[in-house]
Design a protein around this ligand. Sequence first.
Ligand code: KG4
Ligand code: ZN
Length: 341
Amino acid sequence: MKEILILGIESSCDETAAAVVKNGCEVLSNVISSQIDIHALYGGVVPEIASRRHIEKINQVIEEALLQAQVDLADIDAVSVTYGPGLVGALLVGVGAAKALAYAAGKPLVGVHHIEGHIAANYIEHPDLEPPFLCLVVSGGHTHLVQVKEYGTFEVIGCTHDDAAGEAFDKVARAIGLGYPGGPKIDKTAKEGDANAIEFPRAKIAGSEFDFSFSGVKSAVLNYLNQCEMKGQKVNTADVAASFQKAVVDVLVSRAVAAAQKLGEKRIAVAGGVAANSSLRKTMQEECGKAGIALYYPSPVFCTDNAAMIAVQGYHEYMSGRRDGLELNAVPNLKIGLRME
Ligand code: KG4
Ligand code: ZN
C-alpha cells in the first residue's frame, strides 16, 4: 500500500502548529509553538497579538515539522489546515500558509473543522477506534456530545447553552487567583482540596437532556467568593477548585454515559483540551466501566490544540476524495458536520 503523508497546519487560537502524519495515525512530527506566556500577561487570549505571533512563527513551525519528519514538501500527498471555528485573524494565517504551500508545490488542499480534528486525535493512539462512536468534545470554546457516524459524518446531540467547559475552568481559575490558562491549574490545585467541601450546582436544561450549562456553576463560585469576602472568611482555594471541578465533571460524565446508553453506543471518546483533565478521565473510566462502555481519550499533548489531529482528520477527508480550492477561507463560526457556510 502506498504511504500517504499529510501535512497538518493549525492556528485557530493561541498555538501555531504543524505536523506530518503517515497513513492517518503515525505521527512523524508534531511541532507546537505556544503563545501562552504572552497571553498570560493579559489573563486571556488577545486576538491581535495571537494573529501577529502566528505570522511570525508559521513558516518556521512548518519547516521544523517537515525537518523532524525527514520529508520534503514534494513527498507530502496533501496539505490540511484548520479553517474554522476560531479567531478569524488567527485562522487566516494558517489558511493563507496552507494555500500558498499547496499552490506552490501543486498539492491538494483539505480544509478541516477544528473540532472534527479534536475528535480525530483519538485515532492516533487507538487504531481499533473507528466510527460509529459517541464523542464528548470539551474544549475552551466548545462542549458538544457528538455522534461520529463516519469519519466525515457527525451529528451533534447535545451542546452547551452558554459557557464551554474549558471557558468555565478558565474563568473560575482567574477568580480564585490561579491565572491563565485555568484548566491545568485547577486540575493541579484540586488534587490538594476536598471535592465535597462546597456543593456547587449541576445544571439541567429542561427539555434537552443532553445539553449543558456552565454559567450557573461559574456564578455560584463567584457568589461563594463574594460571601466569604463579606464575612471576612479565608477562602480555601484548593477546596473551591476541587468542588468546582467535581460539579463540572459530574455533569459531563453523567450526560455522556446517559447519551451512550440511550443511543446504544458501546464506545465513548473524549476530545479537546479539557479531556486532559485528570478527574474527568478518572471519573469517566469508573462510570464507563460500570456501564460496560469502552472509553478512549488521547494523550494530553493530543488533547490540547495541535496539528497532528488536523492531519489525521485531513487524511480521512483526503481518502474520501474531498478537496478544497484556493478560494478556501477562514470561517470563524463554522458549524460541526457542515462543510462551508
Ligand atoms: O482544545 P483546546 O486546546 O483549545 C480550544 O479549542 O479551545 O482547549 C483549551 C481549554 C482551555 O480552556 C484550558 O483551560 C482547558 O482546555 N484545559 C483543561 C486542562 N488542560 C487544558 N481543563 C481542565 N483540565 C485540564 N487539565
Ligand atoms: Zn481546540
